[in-house]
Design a protein around this ligand. Structure first.
Ligand code: X5A
Ligand code: ZN
Length: 696
């Protein structure tokens, strides 16, 4: 995995030369602190370092008017008084004699990043830039932004590299109205932004930041605004927004490139955002996005004004880009009611434009709306004693994170395999460790006595390796593993693996069993294991820890199932370990298995052990090894709407499970406009499926 890090020290030159309380937070130390922290954590050294170049005037012209570029060129020769007077013509902007150069470097850094990723020099990357860009418009600076770095990068990706579909994810806490205006009538760029909104009472105070702004003309449905109406949104809210809104649309859109307007003013401690998400949340968001576009994720810094929180969040983003597993999320995984309301209102506004949002909401959720108060701060007032409390809370959260990372460093080996040696050598990345399995004879004999299927030599040998691999994971020597066993021994091996894991002190084991595999009958339903069967004809939740579901038949059904059921279960359960078992006749296509494994890494802190039968095709084994190692999964192929039967099964399960598993929840709804189940459902409609070109 190569991760590009684009930077130029000259971007620290611009600074505020007069008194302006609104602008003083945007200073050079934002870059120097973040970069210093990347070096201190050893992350910068692992990246492909690229020195930013200046964007040419032609490149700036992809987005900005010649007059505006000329105006900026002219600022280099202005006096402080003249700079101040010019700045006052814009909203929340300051100019410095070095601004033109800095802003050209910032735009150029984005271009270089996109070039590196689209030419294959890097898999993904981050550009550390200032000034930021997402508020900037064709002929206007705004909100500290001069040139729209991400918009220029998107246009460049389309014009110079021939891309047809670019996704922009704007996780900065302000609405990137500049990005919205530039792409609002363009169906080839899907723009998603969440932002502090408070019903319009937060900067930039625009009605077009609301959920009902969905784009114009052919671009309708390609602008997605998620306004947060309260401060204090945290990890659960952000992850819920991804699972229930952004990712369904993004997978349906099937981008060729993901650009992130990576502002970290959405993180805890930031004076602008006043949100609660902790830095590791950004590792999760990044990892979830890596399931798209073959992992071609280019993040470009936007806001972020709490230096400590900014720096840690930047480190978390880079770690995830490098393929390191994300640390477990801290705090209760229960979204706020206000967050669910916002998410639901966007789903409602967007449903006419997206197949992946249709049908699902037609079943009203039965659970009473809950309003968790434990562990969640009440809305904060800026400047009051509450904001000191918030700052203290932020510093406590950051130092707790640091302690946890020190206590649980990333395991030295990312992936280990226990496979029949021949196939393994053919398909696996070179730096994967092959597991030797030397275990006491008595131990193995005891297991063989318990299970007839383990009496065969090959089965016991495989089991020995698998148990050693499991120990490696539980001892934090290895993050993830991939193992094979004879088909007849898969069920027995899984049973032993569960018993072994529990006896080794695993607190929460999430077993995802695909195919003909029964839940071990003696497994206690005590909350230490969560069993999910993907097989059979019926969807059933026998308890909150024992769920079964048929394998959905289409890409849309499969994605729904993963995003709306599997990941919410996983995020709610917070497992120490996921056992992903592909049993006989599992029926998963290779890309589906890969996506499932890739996405399960996030909620499991990377600790996923995949078990397949020995006869599995080398392609499946290879792709599983790659995603467990942090590489991107292949595309699922054209989007096909879920069948009515699959939707019914999912709705049925969600209604049963939602009261206990809050990450599954959407608020009770009173929507009557939704498509009737059965109407058009289950029919793949190729004319609506993007292959190439814009598709509306
Ligand atoms: C990029 C960014 C914020 C502007 C806030 C003005 N801009 N009050 O975060
Ligand atoms: Zn911002």
């Amino acid at each position: 995995m190569k991760t590009a890090l684009v930077y130029h020290e000259d971007m620290t030159a611009a600074r505020l030369l007069w008194d302006d309380p609104e602008c003083e937070i945007e200073g050079p130390e934002r870059l120097t602190t973040a970069l210093g922290r990347l070096q201190q954590r050893g992350l910068e050294q692992r990246c492909l370092r690229l020195t930013a170049r200046e964007a040419s005037e032609a490149e700036l012209g992809l987005v900005h008017s010649p007059e505006y570029v000329a105006l900026l060129r002219g600022t280099q020769a202005l006096s402080t008084e003249e700079l101040q007077a010019l700045s006052a013509q814009f909203d929340a902007v300051y100019f410095h004699p070095s601004t033109f150069r800095c802003a050209r470097l910032a735009a150029g850094a984005g271009l270089q990043l996109v070039d590196a990723v689209l030419t294959g020099a890097a898999h993904n990357g981050l550009a550390l830039v200032r000034p930021p860009g997402h508020h900037s418009q064709r002929a206007a600076a705004s909100g500290f932004c001069v040139f729209n770095n991400v918009a220029i990068a998107a246009k460049h990706a389309q014009q110079k590299h021939g891309l047809h579909r670019v996704l922009i994810v704007d996780w900065d806490i302000h609405h990137g109205q500049g990005l919205q205006y530039i792409f609002e009538d363009d169906p080839s760029v899907l723009y998603f932004s969440w932002h502090r909104y408070e019903h319009g009472r937060f900067w930039p105070y625009l009605p077009e930041s609301a959920a009902n702004a969905v784009g114009q003309g052919r671009g309708r449905g390609f602008t997605v605004n998620l306004p947060w109406n309260q401060v204090g949104m945290g990890n659960a809210d952000y992850v819920a927004a991804f699972l229930h809104l952004l990712l369904p649309l993004a997978f349906e859109f099937d981008p060729e490139l993901v650009l992130v307007s990576a502002g970290f003013d959405s993180a805890i401690g930031d004076p602008e955002g006043q949100m609660q998400a902790t830095p590791e949340c950004f590792a999760h968001l990044t990892q979830l996005l890596q399931g798209l576009a073959g992992g071609r994720v280019c993040a470009v810094l936007e806001g972020g004004y709490h230096l400590e929180s900014l720096s840690e969040s930047v480190c978390m983003t880079v770690r995830a880009l490098l393929g390191d597993p994300a640390p477990l999320l801290s705090g209760p995984m229960v979204p706020l009611h206000s967050a669910l309301e916002s998410i639901q209102s966007v789903r409602a506004a967007q449903a006419p434009h997206w197949m992946s949002l249709q049908q699902q909401d037609s079943a009203p959720a039965p659970s009473p709306s809950t309003r968790p108060s434990e562990g969640r701060a009440s809305p904060l007032l800026p400047g009051g004693p509450e904001s000191e409390a918030a700052a203290a809370q932020a510093m406590a959260a950051l130092s707790a994170l640091w302690d946890r990372l020190r206590l649980h460093p990333t395991p030295p080996v990312r992936t280990a395999v226990a496979l029949a040696p021949l196939d393994a050598a053919l398909v696996l990345p070179l730096d994967i460790l092959h597991q030797e399995g030397l275990r006491p004879k008595e131990e193995m004999q005891a297991w063989a006595r318990l299970h007839e299927a383990l009496a065969k030599d090959e089965a016991v040998t495989a089991l020995g390796k698998i148990l050693s691999l499991l120990d490696g994971i539980l001892d934090r020597q290895v993050s993830s593993g991939l193992a094979a066993t004879p088909a007849a021994a898969v069920a027995a091996t899984l049973d032993v693996a569960i018993q072994h894991g529990l006896s080794r002190g695993a607190h929460r084991l999430f077993c995802v069993a695909v195919g003909q595999l029964d839940r071990p009958s003696d497994l206690a339903d005590d909350g230490r294991t969560l069993w999910l069967s993907i097989r059979g004809r019926e969807a059933a939740a026998l308890s909150m820890f024992h769920v079964s579901m048929p394998l959905p038949g289409t890409t849309g059904g499969f994605l729904n199932f993963v995003l709306a059921l599997v990941l919410p279960l996983a995020y709610g359960f917070q497992p120490d370990l996921v056992l992903l078992v592909l049993g006989p006749a599992h029926g998963l296509q290779d890309p589906q298995a890969a996506l499932l494994a890739a996405l399960l890494r996030a909620p499991a802190g990377g600790r996923v052990l995949a078990l397949v039968d020995e006869e599995s095709a080398p392609q499946l084994v290879g792709v599983l090894a790659q995603v467990l190692h942090g590489e991107a999964p292949p595309s699922l192929g054209p989007f096909c709407m879920a069948s009515p039967g699959d939707m019914k099964a999912l709705i049925h399960l969600r209604r049963q499970l939602e009261p206990q598993w809050k990450m599954m929840q959407l608020p009770p709804e009173c929507l009557t406009w939704l498509l009737d189940i059965g109407q058009g459902g289950g029919i793949c409609t190729p004319e609506m499926t993007p292959q190439t070109g814009d598709w509306r």
